[in-house]
Ligand binder design. Structure first.
Ligand SMILES: C[S@@+](CC[C@H](N)C(=O)[O-])C[C@H]1O[C@@H](n2cnc3c(N)ncnc32)[C@H](O)[C@@H]1O
Length: 283
């Protein structure tokens, strides 16, 4: 377990994932009844972009750094990005924001008094940081365990509505299999929950096999989004990332139709951007 998200915090893939996280949470918060979030691979919760890791990685510059000026986007895209950008806080054209929020900070910012959340994080030091960041919030439980075990134990939540975010580091070669197994058994126990799985696109054939396996699992209402900011793995850097969304809010497809081109335009490293938006499985 060597993965340290601090190197990547605020990069294009984080922006993409976190924007859609805020859209799902905004939808869940439309109703007064409580919701539950289970974040299986939570990370530390927030990241100091002036830290040695973040400076060495420098990836935020091609991510959140590109949104310092979102004023040229169409008004609908700006409106949909607003909750995300408000949580990130003021952006400067000449340097990083003081801190970049990880998924836990974003969830915390958008949950209400009646909502509950479970964050799982396996890495001991990262877990210590996570717990220190959230220990004063009684709505939040931080668990130092494998996220797939935490997920299995946590579904169905008593709230019966909510989101599971699965955002693994993809260090293990069998991560797609592990994620699919976890999704399958969680979905069997809680078929109405919303699930969001983030994945990097490094090996197109592995992704194709994964997509086929999802279709063959029989899970319905599966939306797949992918965003490419340059040609595949140009210069060895991650250039394409995806989200598998099960039971996305009904407004999400339309929101994605507005947001994906806007994100591609802002985050493009070269002219070779790409967007994929397709239902792997319908109703
Ligand atoms: C991509 S990062 C998470 C980023 C976070 N979701 C965010 O959006 O800010 C993946 C995290 O999973 C942790 N991790 C690795 N294996 C894990 C496991 N089996 N269960 C839970 N966490 C794990 C890593 O230590 C790392 O902090």
């Amino acid at each position: 377990m060597n993965y340290r998200h601090g190197f990547h915090a605020g990069n294009f893939a984080d922006v993409f994932k976190h924007v859609f996280l805020t859209r799902i949470l905004a939808y869940l918060a439309r109703k007064g009844t409580p919701f539950r979030v289970i974040d299986t691979h939570a990370g530390a919760g927030e990241y100091d972009l002036a830290s040695e890791e973040a400076v060495r990685g420098g990836e935020w510059q091609d991510g959140i750094g590109r949104l310092a000026d979102a004023g040229d986007l169409d008004v609908r895209a700006r409106e949909l990005l607003r909750p995300y950008l408000e949580i990130v806080g003021p952006l400067r054209a000449d340097g990083p924001p003081a801190r970049y929020p990880g998924s836990p900070r974003i969830v915390q910012a958008m949950m209400r008094g009646q909502d509950r959340v479970t964050f799982c994080e396996l890495h001991p030091q990262t877990f210590a940081d996570l717990r220190a960041n959230f220990r004063r919030d009684a709505r939040i439980a931080c668990l130092n365990l494998d996220g797939y075990i935490g997920l299995n134990a946590g579904v169905p939540p008593k709230e019966r509505r909510g989101l599971v975010l699965i955002d693994p580091p993809f260090e293990r070669t069998d991560e797609f299999d592990a994620a699919l197994n976890a999704l399958r058994s969680a979905h069997e126990k809680w078929p109405t929950g919303t699930y969001a799985l983030w994945y990097p696109v490094k090996d197109a054939s592995a992704i194709a096999r994964f997509a086929t396996a999802i279709v063959e699992s029989g899970i319905r209402r599966v939306l797949r989004l992918e965003l490419a900011v340059e040609a595949p793995l140009a210069g060895g850097k991650l250039a394409r990332a995806g989200l598998i969304l099960i039971n996305p809010p009904y407004v999400l497809e339309e929101e994605a139709a507005i947001l994906m081109p806007a994100l591609a335009r802002k985050l493009a490293r070269t002219a070779q951007t790409g967007i994929l938006r397709e239902w792997l499985a319908g109703e």
